[in-house]
Design a protein around this ligand. Structure first.
Ligand SMILES: [Zn+2]
Ligand SMILES: [Zn+2]
Length: 381
């Protein structure tokens, strides 16, 4: 079968990581999608945020980049042949700072309408910790404890600046009004929106003519960070529509894996337009949604690895995290990312009965490996 990327034109080259690149990709139906790589406003290993412009019922921009990156976005949009004022709507793939940070400024300067998944609109006023009920599960309690013990007071240089930027971001987010709340399966002309929660509760993918603009749901080269489970704080839950009140349908590794399967099922030759790493190390990563299947297998291997590391003895979450990531320097934000990644996997293993968590939050394998059946059931065609 022909590659979904038979017509890719670089309108402006960038650096080796793709920063400031502008690319035109034509779908098999001849629709142009412009991809604009917006540099991050602080050092990041994910590289620029790839935002996408599509002319469909007016001009749609998908994602906007980080809060301090608006000028790069505006410049890239011009390189693609448009003005900021031409944008009719901005679709936010999910509520992370490198995707919706520049949205407030964009709305101000363009008069565009903000579109996002309905759960994005509901969770806008809260930061990550406010969403969560204070006393969650034992394993989450332990996660909070060891993060506080390892991260507090040991931040790397630039942490104050980062916190100030983060405060500004959260403040501008609170001022946003979502004009259109997207629901799963909704269409706009030839665009179809899918709710694909797991990396973030509000993650959406947008498909068009054999391509899918996937936000952070599926990335080349790197595996997106899955969420841990959430039990909503009472006041958060009270405001959610009934169909979104079950947090298990928006958070957790099992939810993420199901959303990966949904994208893999779009078809064997559907092109992947990710929000990061479309271009890196001086070359394009032009992949299909088969990448979603690879990410599922990565997590299957990690589940097995965690079972092996825990073994029959009772061990602590911190020991397991340091064992799994033994080759990484686990400081500051890295420690948080590592431990929450491990917790997401342990929650799945606990739910299928492979790992037991005792009252002191120590972990022990039960001897079963039911996770294998879970994965086999999940990937079955
Ligand atoms: Zn993200
Ligand atoms: Zn991102």
């Amino acid at each position: 079968m022909a590659s979904p990327f038979s017509d890719v034109v670089v309108l402006r080259p960038g650096d080796a990581e793709g920063n400031r690149m502008v690319v035109r990709v034509a779908t098999h139906d001849g629709t142009d999608i412009h991809a604009v790589a917006v540099p991050q406003d602080r050092p990041s290993r994910t590289g620029p945020t790839w935002t996408y412009l599509v002319r469909e019922e007016g001009l749609t921009l998908i994602d906007a980049g980080a809060i301090g990156s608006f000028s790069h976005l505006a410049d890239g949009v011009r390189q693609a042949g448009y003005e900021i004022g031409d944008i009719d709507r901005v679709v936010v793939t999910h509520g992370h700072a490198d995707h919706d940070g520049a949205v407030a400024r964009l709305l101000e300067e363009s008069g565009a309408a903000l579109w996002a998944h309905e759960i994005y609109a509901h969770l806008l006023p809260y930061d990550r910790w406010e969403i969560q009920r204070r006393a969650g599960s034992l394993i989450q309690h332990e996660m909070r404890r060891i993060i506080d013990a390892n991260v507090a007071g040991r931040d790397s240089r630039g942490a104050d600046e980062y916190r100030a930027q983060q405060r500004e971001y959260l403040q501008t987010r609170r001022s946003l009004q979502v004009q259109h709340r997207i629901t799963d399966g909704e269409t706009l002309g030839d665009l179809t929106f899918m709710h694909t929660p797991g990396h973030s509760p509000d993650e959406i993918c947008v498909s068009l003519d054999g391509m899918v603009i996937a936000g952070d749901h599926v990335l080349p080269e790197i595996t997106p960070h899955p969420t841990t489970k959430v039990s909503y704080a009472d006041e958060v839950k009270a405001k959610l529509p009934v169909e979104l009140q079950d947090s298990d349908s928006s958070y957790g590794l099992d939810t993420y894996l199901k959303s990966l399967k949904a994208v893999a099922d779009l078809g064997p030759n559907v092109g992947l337009l990710p929000a990061h790493r479309l271009f890196n190390s001086g070359r394009f990563n032009l992949q299909t949604v088969d990448r979603a299947g690879e990410v599922i297998q990565h997590h299957a291997r990690r589940l097995g690895h965690i079972i092996d590391k825990i073994g029959p003895q009772r061990v602590s979450l911190e020991e397991i995290t340091r064992g799994i990531f033994e080759h990484r320097r686990l400081i500051g934000g890295n420690f948080y990312m590592a431990v929450s990644e491990v917790v997401a996997h342990i929650e799945l293993l606990q739910s299928v009965g492979d790992v037991d968590v005792d009252d002191d939050a120590r972990l022990q394998c039960t001897g079963s490996e039911n996770y294998r059946q879970f994965i086999a059931d999940l990937v079955r065609p």
